[in-house]
Design a protein around this ligand. Structure first.
Ligand code: FAD
Length: 300
């Protein structure tokens, strides 16, 4: 038998390219296996490394409605297709923690293409947009031809790379109240740019609620709210009347807050860092982000 030479297998991928949101929802419902693609900065990596061979892809880049943002009933509604660059340029004053996190994502090219909707869709424990959404009390808007629903981000993300979205649903937007107080985000990486977080921390001060919210990234299977640290610092701010006096938070309280932040972690050893290093780094991030944010808050 003659040698047939190298065999090249070509797998056809059907590309569905809706022009409108209604068409996108109808196509997703009719083709639940179709993988949505927005900026493609996660999906294309999966394809290139052959970790995914979808029969169909749903290209959302022509759906203009996904790139809109606006104010809806006092909340910001930010379309799933709004890029990191636009979050930084257009929403930095209203969503400071998310904007700082966005500045740490990848490179200018990745920030131009990558979207917060894509970060939600991937639901990686290291997704940098996620902890800021937790501390801002964000809700994810999911849509299907049968209707839309809003889910708190902590209920949307159910595990590492798992979400509560149904197969027929797309992420339409996220909803978030504009920041009422100072916010921060800090991330540890093995270098300054183009780096997946070893660990990260988002923090938001809510003066009207007399509360501080903190959420850890890349320190467990999902972003992790630091609830004990939050309760501790709320007590300190009240008992020492710091909301009224606007005095700085004492060193011992900052240190204890950092320890409690670290205590909320469920870190693992991996190529990016050891569990012990992550815990140490989170205690430092807790202390620093709180002191930066409180300084901004009390001087405002
Ligand atoms: C070089 C490089 C550096 C990176 N650096 C960082 C970093 O520093 N921090 C970080 O967090 N991430 C980083 N990433 C990962 C990636 O850029 C982000 O996760 C980004 O937010 C993904 O957005 P996207 O629009 O490109 O998503 P896509 O790749 O298009 O999609 C991601 C996932 O979301 C789904 N999806 C997208 N839109 C929708 C929708 N509307 N409805 C339902 N599902 C949807 C897709 O099906 C897919 O599962 C990096 C990636 C690369 C290649």
């Amino acid at each position: 038998m003659p040698d047939a030479g190298p065999c090249i297998i070509i797998c056809a991928v059907e590309i569905l390219a809706p022009e409108s949101w209604e068409e996108a929802l109808a196509l997703k419902a009719a083709n639940p296996e179709a993988v949505p693609i927005a900026g493609g900065t996660d999906v294309m990596v999966e394809l290139n490394f052959d970790r995914m061979r979808p029969a169909a892809m749903l290209d959302l880049t022509r759906v203009a409605a996904l790139s809109d943002w606006g104010v809806d009933d006092g909340w910001l509604r930010v379309g799933a297709g709004v890029s990191y660059t636009r979050i930084i340029d257009e929403l930095g004053d209203r969503l400071p923690s998310l904007a700082v996190a966005s500045r740490t994502v990848g490179s200018p090219q990745i920030r131009n293409r990558g979207t917060v909707g894509g970060n939600l869709g991937t639901a990686s424990p290291a997704g940098d947009a996620l902890p800021p959404l937790y501390v801002a009390d964000a809700e994810v808007e999911l849509a299907a031809p049968s209707g839309t629903r809003r889910v708190p981000v902590a209920e949307f993300i159910t595990g590492p790379k798992r979400t509560s979205a149904r197969e027929d649903e797309l992420i339409a937007a996220f909803h978030v109240p504009a920041a009422q107080g100072a916010q921060q985000f800090a991330k540890i990486g093995t270098r300054n740019a183009m780096v997946i977080a070893v660990c990260s921390l988002a923090l938001a001060i809510w003066p009207e609620r007399r509360a501080v919210r903190a959420c850890l990234g890349s320190a467990g299977p999902t972003p992790l709210p630091a609830t004990e640290a939050e309760a501790f610092i709320a007590g300190v701010l009240d008992e020492e009347a710091l909301w009224e006096s606007r005095r700085p938070i004492g060193d011992s309280a900052l240190r204890r807050f950092g320890e409690l932040v670290a205590g909320a972690a469920r870190p693992i050893d991996d190529v990016r860092g050891s569990a012990a290093y992550r815990s140490h780094a989170l205690a430092v991030l807790g202390r620093r982000t709180l002191s930066w944010a409180w300084e901004e808050q009390r001087c405002a």
